[in-house]
Ligand binder design. Sequence first.
Ligand code: SF4
Length: 379
Amino acid sequence: MTIREIKAKSILRKYKKVDSWFISRYGMNLYRGCTHNCVYCDGRAEGYYVDGEFGEDVTVKVNAIEILRQELDPKRKRIPFKRSFVMIGGGVGDSYQPIEEKYRLSRKVLELMDEYDFPVHILTKSTLIKRDIDILKKINRKNRAIVSFSFSSVNDEISAIFEPGVPSPSERLKTLAFFKNEGIACGMFLLPVIPFITDTPELMEKTIGKASKAGLDFIIFGGMTLKEGRQKDYFFKTLRNKYPKLIGEYENIYQKNKWGEAAGEYYNSINLTFDIIVKKYKIPPRIPLSLYKDILEENDLVVVILEHIDYLLKLQGRTSPYGYAAYSISKLKEPLSSIKRELERINGVGKVTESIILEILKTGSSSYYKKLLNDYSDQ
Ligand code: SF4
């Protein structure tokens, strides 16, 4: 393993629009590269320009805290920050991978988030996050914190093959139960499910069942992408070794798509399976409104709710105009409440969408959204 220390020029990544998966407008990578070394990790793909041998070498942004402090300083900002969760994790390196024990960058970032009053959402696969329970509780009391773990399934043996440097799914579930017990909202990112291995209805049911037992607040689901080049080659090496009979099936669904996506029919079929099971266990497939309603500004709240409606409709195989409307709204400079009478002039906004937007502006919620969510909830 090689550790390379670098001085970064910037840390905080600003998204073009609010991200409705994470309810976030800002994110960061404190480390580049990840010794968790998941076989399917797309950080390995050439497009991410991660230096060195992925899975073994890690670049550490040693000045991250100093830079972030400058970036967060309101006196230096011309445009104020928009309220949202700040996303810590994901991308090209887990923020709680083993090297964090030594550098403690994630912990120090949390301290800054607490100081500057930002809500945080952490996505990790590492139980090391338990170390920071004290600061997370503090943030949660003042501004809210969400802790999410990603899983490809809850099967420990399969995880040992595809996620060799990560605590087992059983350990991850225990850690989630620990955070839930401490009053922190928790989610599962069942992402990616591994085709023909962890996406079977039986294993998916087991995984979602365990998430339900742990009392998780939501499950976000997604299939696997395999980009041509390093990522696909590395994955196929393991596949050849451990599941040689599946090679043909994989070649069938991954046919040199530019984004590494599998065939649409494949994604449709796993989405359908997920939809049936997650309804059975009554877990929302998106972050619940109660966790962000009081955080987001009005335009972002509308964008997120419309994108969630869009997702729920598409999950059920239906078409939806709401994603396009949300995209158009995300481009607006003025608050929606200041143009209430002109909503139909926004691209993609028709009569029905207009009434949904007006209801959100008035009540902070949407009865149509709630109706769609009824199938996934006990309330
Ligand atoms: S934990 Fe995440 S970033 Fe790290 S190797 Fe696994 S998938 Fe990649």
